[in-house]
Design a protein around this ligand. Sequence first.
Ligand SMILES: [Fe+2]
Length: 145
Amino acid sequence: MTKIIDKLSVLLADTYALYLKTQNYHWHVTGPQFKTLHELFEMHYSELADAVDELAERIRILGHNAPATFKEFEQLKTIGDGDANASANQMVVDLHADHKKLIEDLNVAIEEAQTLNDEGSIALLSERIASHEKARWMLGVSREG
Ligand SMILES: [Fe+2]
């Protein structure tokens, strides 16, 4: 059981990291695509904020404490920080890659949940994959070149 808790904890930290990075880019994006990307990033970080809550509560449902401090998130996360001075297109490309990383990690976590017949976690993780795939699609078609 602890292996799935470890994986959910990293996913929580990475979802929080991607939430913050997406908000960073919502605040700092510039250029002709400002309005479109500012709004797209807001839609994505709002969804990620809900996901953070769901992942933390899943850990609680399984009887463990969820990481819930900046210090813990910093130790657990694998998603890099955002660069407020990046170009609009670099921001899109960066987020696109991060969603891919999360999809890969979610798939590994699902395999772990399947060995435990943990259907509740499987359902949540599947939902998260579908959501990251959708975000990734929107970012992919927003890229330049
Ligand atoms: Fe805003």
